[in-house]
Ligand binder design. Structure first.
Ligand code: HEM
Length: 378
């Protein structure tokens, strides 16, 4: 019906075909239900009593330890509460507005200094990593440390997802635990206040810090790379955003809708249930397609097009919905806006390079592999 390769290369036509005929479909190739219709996606994300994240096949929990991302119900609330307070929108703006702007300006300014540059590795990746470290205020921690921890943990997650009997190496979390220990000793650090109010053991607290830190990396990198791709590839969009800064937030939402950084979510069926026209069996794997939901023609007209004016339409689901909705949505939007503002304030003028200006790809995290651009002569 549809393969992992097809969903990795360009999922949108396949998702559209499935959504039109069976928005909740059993896909043998994936050994899972694939949910592509917006209303079914919302219903599943909001019903954690039937569709849970708490399953050993969700290997992140086995590597990082239980956290808000791998628990449901009252345990989930206990894990999430203290961190939700740290990322409240008004506080995030006050605490991080200036620092996010400074990170974005520094990285965007560097684009001017080379004749050719890859916007993914020069801007999107570093901005995502530096903002994540600043957001948690991690003491004596740099992007190189964080990326090394992330790579080791992501490799273990992939390994464990194919073998349920493998036990993760506990030392993989040593770097995060040490950074948390250093940070919570600083009384004015946001994390120190969260530590005091959290009803969590030291290990549980560190697991949640890891989830916040790593949850902010590939997703934000994809968001920035996909947005810059649109801006560079389409001179009309570029000109409009340069002229009218009030359009920038809308362009960020359209880019997030068209290519959600995290394209699929995993859920597991708690008990046999007949729902949404399907017969779910206890233990079934359910793959929720945010990319599919975001282009559902029942919610968005001309869903495959970038339109500035979608007033009155339902919001996109890129930051999910329900109990696990993204804690960093506000920060991510601030980050994207800071990059766009820096881009136009600094007058960056580049054009796509002939080779290496890639389309987004990836099964879960969808972004261009390379985004090579050449500086335009003034
Ligand atoms: C464009 C960037 C981002 C996207 C597209 C994104 C997307 C998502 C999605 C789809 C989920 C739901 C996961 C699920 O239900 O299984 C989620 C959860 C989460 N996100 Fe983000 N995220 C982004 C940036 C961030 C940032 C910057 C942070 C850092 C604060 C963050 C922290 C989290 C956390 C901690 C969760 C887990 C919440 C829970 O399970 O209760 N995210 N994100």
């Amino acid at each position: 019906m549809v393969t992992v390769e097809e969903l990795t290369a360009n999922p949108h036509p396949h998702l559209a075909r499935l959504r039109a005929t069976s928005p909740v479909a059993w896909v043998r190739e994936l050994d899972a239900w694939l949910v592509t219709g917006r209303s079914a996606v919302v219903e599943i994300m909001r019903d954690s009593a039937t569709f849970t994240v708490d399953d050993p096949r969700f290997s992140t929990g086995r590597v990082v330890g239980p956290s808000m991302l791998s628990t449901d119900g009252s345990t989930h609330t206990r894990h999430r509460e203290a961190f939700a307070a740290v990322f409240r929108p008004a506080l995030t703006k006050r605490r991080l507005g200036a620092v996010v702007r400074a990170v974005a300006e520094r990285r965007v300014a560097a684009v001017r200094s080379a004749p050719m540059v890859d916007l993914r590795t020069a801007v999107a990746g570093p901005v995502a990593a530096e903002v994540a470290i600043e957001a948690l205020g991690l003491v004596d921690t740099d992007a190189v440390d964080v990326l090394a921890w992330y790579t080791a943990i992501a490799d273990a997650v992939s390994l464990l997802s194919v073998d349920l009997d493998v036990i993760a190496d506990d030392s993989l979390m040593d770097g995060v635990r040490a950074a948390v220990d250093r940070t919570v000793k600083v009384p004015e650090a946001a994390l120190a206040r969260a530590r005091t109010s959290a009803d969590l053991s030291d290990d549980e607290f560190a697991s949640n810090v890891a989830i916040v830190l790593f949850g902010a990396l590939e997703t934000s990198e994809a968001m920035i790379a996909n947005l810059l791709r649109l801006v560079v590839a389409d001179p009309k969009i570029h000109a409009l955003l340069a002229e009218d800064s009030t359009m920038r937030d809308r362009s960020i939402e359209e880019s997030l809708r068209l290519e959600p950084g995290a394209s699929f979510l995993d859920r597991y069926v708690v008990d046999d249930a007949e729902r949404l026209g399907a017969v779910f069996r206890k233990g079934d794997h359910v793959i929720v397609s945010l990319a599919g939901a975001n282009r559902d023609p029942l919610a968005h007209h001309r869903p495959d097009e970038f339109l500035f004016d979608r007033g009155g339409e339902l919001a996109h689901l890129t930051f999910a919905s329900g109990p696990h909705s993204c804690l960093g949505a506000h920060l991510a939007r601030m980050e994207a806006r800071a990059v766009l503002d820096a881009w136009f304030d600094l007058g960056i003028r580049v054009e796509p390079a002939e080779h290496g200006f890639d389309m987004p790809t990836g099964f879960v995290f969808r972004k261009p592999d390379r985004l090579m651009v050449a500086n335009r002569p003034v």
